[in-house]
Design a binder for this molecule. Sequence first.
Ligand SMILES: [Fe+2]
Length: 357
Amino acid sequence: MTTLSNNVSSTLPTIAPLNPDYLSLFEREGLTVKPLEPLGIEIYGADVRTRLSDPVIEALEVEMAHRGFIVFKHQTDLSAEELVNASKWWGAGGIHSTHGVHPATPGMNRDIFRCSNDNRYGILGVGPQWHNDGSFEAATFSHSAYYMARAPEQGGTHFAHQGAAFDALPEEKQAFWERLVSVNSASGVSHPVVHTHPISGRKSVWLHLGMTGAVIERFPAEDLPIDELQQAPASTDQLRLLNEDEMKQLFNDYNDLLNASFEKHYGIRYHYDTGDLLYVDNWALAHRAAPEAHMSAEEQGLRIMDRVTVKSRQNLAPHFGLPQYINLDGPHPFNRDGIWKAGGVGFRWKDDIPMQN
Ligand SMILES: [Fe+2]
C-alpha cells in the first residue's frame, strides 16, 4: 500500500482569505470578524435572536463555503426555537431533521439533536470518524449548527477542508477519485467521491468512512475531459466495482488525507466556549468529534451540544448518469470480485475503530 506522503501533491492546498468587501460590510453592520488560521471565522457582537440583514447572511454563506465555518460567539441561553430560527438563514431556508429526539431535549423540539457525554442529557458517542452530516441522504444537509449549550473543559470538533484536501492529493489520485461514485450501505444513496462545491466551485473530496457499501469506478476515456466524462451517462461495461484491496486503499488514503489536514494547514481543532453557535458548510468540510469530547462528565465536566441540520438547495448527485439510489440488497452486473455490501457499517476498512457516526 502506498501512502500519500510518498507522492508529491499536485498543488499547494489553499484556503481563501476573507473577502475585504465582506469585511467592510460586516463592520458597517456592527460585527467584529476574526478569521481563524487556517480556516473558520469567529464573529463577535452579533445576537442571533434578531435576523441579520440579507446582504450579511448572503456574505456569510459565501464565506462559509470558502473558509468552512463561522462561530457566533457569546450566544448563551438560546431557546430551541431561537436556535432553529437562526438555522433557517442558510441553504434552502428550512430544517432537514432525520434523527430521534432525546427525552432531555428542550420542549422535545424535533429539530434539535442533543448530544452529550452523559446519557441523561443527550445522545452519547456521536461522530468519532471523519464524516459529513446526513451523507445517507440524497440532499445531504447544506449546513449544520453546533450549539454548545454547555462546554466541557476539553474536546471540541476537528474540521478538515475537503476542497483543499483535493488539491493536496497527488495528481494520479485526483484523476482516479474523480471517476468514482460511492454507495451508502444503509440507504443506497449514491454520491460522487469528488464533487464541485455549488458555491465555491472547488472540487472537493467526499466519502463516508463508516457507511459505504460499494464504490463504482468509471473507466477513463482518453478523448474526454473529466468534467464531460462525469456528465456523460455510462453503460454497464464502462463501469466496475472496487475490490477489497482497492477499497482498503481508498478508505485509508481518505482517512490519511484528512488526518494530514492539521500539519498541512487545511484542518483545525476547534475548542468551544459555552454559548458558541458554530455553523459549518457541510459540503465543504468534513468533521469528527475530538477524542476527548467523549470523556465522561466526571472526567471533564458535562458537555451538552445541540445540533440542527439545514435543508440543502439540491441533491449531491452522482456522476455518469447513475441513479441517486442504488439497491445493494440485490445482485449486480459488475466484476465478481467487487465489494457490494448492504446494511450496517458497510465495508469494514479497519478492524479496530468505532464506526458509529
Ligand atoms: Fe457530525
